[in-house]
Design a protein around this ligand. Sequence first.
Ligand SMILES: [Zn+2]
Length: 140
Amino acid sequence: MKCPYCNKPTILRPSSFVYGKNAPDYGWFWLCVRYPRCDAYVGCHPGTQRPLGTLANKALRTLRINAHNLFDQLWKKGKLDRKQCYLLLQDATNLPPRDAHISRLNNEQCKKVIKLMRSGSLENIIERWKNFKSKTARAI
Ligand SMILES: [Zn+2]
């Protein structure tokens, strides 16, 4: 895996390398070798060295957190199950299942998700998505 910002290699470090020794342990992180000069990193799935997504700089990390908080309302409030939420995300971002995860989105794709989630009530967003699904199903 290379850093998407400067194309340098990445290295594995414990979370204390980013958050300091007094912070809680968040497991492993993949960082750009130029960190902190190049402020790009990504955490790992708990208990593994498998990255959660692609490396992100400060701006993208903030966008992903915002997008995640808004997007998670869809399943947290019980309107859709997790699987349906990710189908909606695939449709909203036009990405294949493998890439349709907040931790893999770029700035533009995060902004798209944030815009969508702010475009109406949860019911309204789900309603529009279901209409879109039934139209595309009819087209096929
Ligand atoms: Zn870098």
